[in-house]
Write a protein that binds this ligand. Sequence first.
Ligand code: ZN
Length: 366
Amino acid sequence: MRLLLFSLVLGLNFSTVWAGNGTSGGGNIYGDQLNPWFLQNTPTVSYCVEIDPDFSDLPRSRVLEVVGESIEFWKKTFREYRGINFSQDSFEFDVKLGTQSFQYKDTCDGKEDLKFQMGFLTQEQQVLLPNHRQLLGIAYRTSYDSAQLRGKGFIYVAPERGPSRPVKPLMHPRPWSHGLNRPLLFTLQHELGHIFGLQDDHYGSVGLMDAKLVERVTERSNVRDMNKVNAIISSYPFGCNMKLESHGAYSFLTSESEKGKWVLVEVLSRNGRIQIMHDKKLWGEIELSFDRAVSTNDVSAISVYLTRAQRVFRNLPREAYNQHLEIYHNSEYELRDQQLKLVSGEVKKFNMEFDRNCTALGFPDV
Ligand SMILES: [Zn+2]
C-alpha cells in the first residue's frame, strides 16, 4: 500500500513568513546580554505588577490572572521539554529553565527581580528606549549578576489609551481589554520568553517568538481571531514537543483503497493519538509510539555566555568561557514503524515525520 500525505493547512493560518533584519546572536559583542535571566541556581523570582489607569479596561485582578497564566505557560513548557530536548555537545553543561517559583509581591519596592509595568514607562526608561512610542511590549534587563547569572528588570506592555498609546495605525482600539484577553496573554508569553533567553525569530513561522508576534496579535484585523477559544499561537516555542499536537487538512492519496484518487482528510493529533477523518467520519487511527522517535533536526534554542566571574557551574573547561554556548533543542522528529489502524480493520505500518509545528509532513512509503 502506498500512502502519501501532504500538508498543510494549520488550524490557525499563520504561515506567513516574516523577513526582517535578523540578529545572528553570534560574535561576542552581546556578551551575556542574551543569557536567560534565571538559571537553575535561582530558586525563587519575586515579581510585582504596576498598572497605569490608561493600560486597559481590565480590573487589576484580571491583569494579575493573565500575568500568572503567562508564567505558568513557560513553567509547563520547560517541564515538558526537560530532559529530552535540550543538549550541548562539547562538554557537560546542564542548563535548566523555568524551574523557579515565581512569588508575587503586592507592591513594587525596587527589590523585586521582575516588574511588570502595564501601560507606563518612567521618564528614565523613556530615555533608555527612544522608540517607546512604537513599542507594544518589551522585556528589559536593567542589571545582571555575572557571578550568580541572574538578571533583573521589567516587562513593559503599552497602554490602550492616553498619550503613551503606541503610534500604530493598525493597532486595535482595545487589544488587551477585548474578549478573552488573549492578545495580552500572547504578548506577555512572548516577552517572558525573552527573559528565559529566547530571541526574536525573524525568519521562522514557529509562532510565539516571532519577531512580529506582538504587532500581529494586537492588530485590528486579528484581535477577534486571537480571542477565539482555540486560538493557539504555538504551544511549543521550541518546535515540536513530544505531544505532537496539531490539526490540519490534507490531500491524501491512497493508491490502493482509493484507486489513486486524492481525497481531503482532516488530521487531528492529540495526546499521542492521531485521528484521520474523511467526510467527517473516522477513517483510521494511529497510536503513536514515542520510543521509536528519532530527532531529525537540532536548532539553537538559547545561548549562555559565561565569564570567569561565574560561580554557578563547576569544573568547566577553558572553552566554556567567553563565548556563546549554544543550547540546542530537537525540533523535528521522525517516528518509525507506526501502526495505522483503519476503521475497516486493516493495519498498516509506516513512518511519519513531524515538523517544527508538529505538523505531520508526510507518510513515506514503508
Ligand atoms: Zn520579541
